[in-house]
Write a protein that binds this ligand. Structure first.
Ligand code: PHE
Length: 343
C-alpha cells in the first residue's frame, strides 16, 4: 500500500508537469495515461494485490488519481500548448518561417529590363506610346506615305472602327511622338508591344516586343551610332563578341544598316541558330531621314540623329534556349516560373 502511494505520487508529478504544444501531443497523453493499455488502467489492476483491509482506502486513492489524470487531460485539450501561465509554447521561434509564395518575372520583361538598363547607363530616358496608332504616327511621318511599297514590309492590322487606326507595327511611332514635342536634344529608349498580321508559328507571332532607340542633337554622326551599339553589344553579349554592319533599307533612315553579332551559341563556327553563317542579326538602325525630321518640325540642316530597333523575343529565346515563340504568351506557369535573371 505504501509503495502504491509512492508510485502514485511520482506519477502525479510526472503528469502534472506534462505540457503539450499541439493536438498530437494531447492525444499521445491520452493514449499513454488514459488508453485501454494506459497507466491508469494498469494501476487500477494493482487493486487485486491490495490486502482486503486496505481495499477501501486504496480504491479512494486510485479514484482520486484517475480524476487527477482526467482533469489534466481536459485542461490539455482546452488549451494545448499553453500549459505554463505567461508563456506560449505554440510558437517555436527557432523554426524557420513559412515561405511566402514568390512570383517570377516574365522572360520578355527580364530581357527588356536588361536591354533598357544598358542604355539607361548611357543616359537614355524611357519613353512609351500608344499601341493603337493613327496612320501618320505609324507610317506617314516615318516617310512611308500612302501606297508606299515599303508598307508591305510590315503586315498591318487595321482597326475596323476607324480606317485611320492601326495596331502599331513597330515602336517607331513613339519616336515621332517624342520628336513632335519639340524638346531637343532627344536621347530615348522606347520599349513596347507591336503587332503584325503574320501566321502564328514557332518562329513568328502576331504580336511581339521591341526596343527602339533615338538620339537627336547637333552633329550626331554614324560614328556615334556605331559606338553606342558597340557598347550595347559588349554589355549584352560579352567582350569577345564581334559586330558587323550590313547596308539595308528602312524608309525612315538614310543610310540604313542591319547589325549582326558573331553567333554567341557556337562562337562563330556555324550552328543551327546562325544557320551555319556564324552571324546572328539583332537589330536595324540608321541615320534619321531628313524627311522624318521635317515631318516633326525639326530642322534637318541643324539637327541629325540616329535610330535603331530590335526585337526582344529573339534574344530571349537564344539566351534561354526557348524554341517556340508561342510559349511566351500561353501563360503556362510551369514555363514562366523557370526564369529568374538574364545577368
Ligand atoms: N522600325 C524598324 C522595324 O520595326 C526597326 C528600326 C528602327 C530600324 C529604327 C531602323 C531604325 O523593323
Amino acid at each position: 500500500m505504501d509503495q502504491l502511494l509512492k508510485q502514485i505520487e511520482a506519477y502525479k508529478k510526472e503528469i502534472g508537469s506534462f505540457s503539450a504544444t499541439d493536438d498530437k501531443q494531447v492525444e499521445e497523453f491520452r493514449i499513454k495515461y488514459l488508453g485501454t493499455k494506459g497507466l491508469v488502467k494498469m494501476i487500477m489492476g494493482e487493486m487485486k494485490h491490495v490486502a482486503v483491509a486496505q481495499k477501501k482506502e486504496a480504491g479512494q486513492l486510485l479514484n482520486e488519481f484517475k480524476l487527477f489524470v482526467e482533469n489534466k487531460f481536459e485542461s490539455l485539450q482546452k488549451s494545448p500548448g499553453n500549459q505554463q501561465p505567461g508563456s506560449s509554447n505554440t510558437i517555436d521561434l527557432t523554426l524557420p518561417g513559412d515561405p511566402l509564395p514568390l512570383g517570377s518575372r516574365h522572360p520578355v520583361t527580364l530581357m527588356r529590363n536588361r536591354i533598357v538598363s544598358i542604355f539607361q547607363r548611357l543616359g537614355f530616358a524611357i519613353a512609351e506610346g500608344p499601341e493603337i496608332e493613327d496612320d501618320w504616327h505609324n507610317f506617314g511621318a516615318l516617310n512611308l506615305p500612302e501606297h508606299h511599297p515599303a508598307r508591305d514590309m510590315q503586315d498591318t492590322f487595321y482597326v475596323q472602327q476607324n480606317p485611320d487606326w492601326v495596331l502599331r507595327t513597330h515602336t517607331s511611332n513613339v519616336q515621332i511622338r517624342e520628336m513632335e514635342k519639340g524638346k531637343l536634344p532627344i536621347r530615348m529608349i522606347m520599349p513596347g508591344r507591336v503587332y503584325r498580321n503574320e501566321t502564328v508559328s514557332a518562329r513568328s507571332h502576331c504580336f511581339f516586343h521591341q526596343v527602339e532607340g533615338l538620339y537627336i542633337d547637333e552633329n550626331v554622326s554614324f560614328a556615334d551610332l556605331k559606338q553606342t551599339l558597340y557598347f550595347f553589344v559588349k554589355e549584352m553579349y560579352g567582350k569577345e563578341v564581334k559586330v558587323r554592319f550590313r547596308p539595308s533599307y528602312f524608309p525612315f533612315t538614310e543610310p540604313s544598316a542591319e547589325m549582326d553579332v558573331s553567333c554567341f551559341i557556337c562562337g562563330g563556327s556555324g550552328c543551327n541558330i546562325c544557320k551555319k553563317t556564324g552571324w546572328v542579326e539583332i537589330l536595324g538602325c540608321g541615320m534619321v531621314h531628313p524627311n522624318v525630321l521635317s515631318n516633326c518640325n525639326i530642322d534637318p540642316n541643324k539637327y541629325t540623329g540616329f535610330a535603331f530597333g530590335m526585337g526582344i523575343e529573339r534574344p530571349a529565346m537564344l539566351k534561354y534556349g526557348i524554341n517556340d515563340i508561342r510559349l511566351f504568351s500561353e501563360n503556362d506557369v510551369r514555363f514562366l516560373k523557370q526564369f529568374t535573371s538574364v545577368l
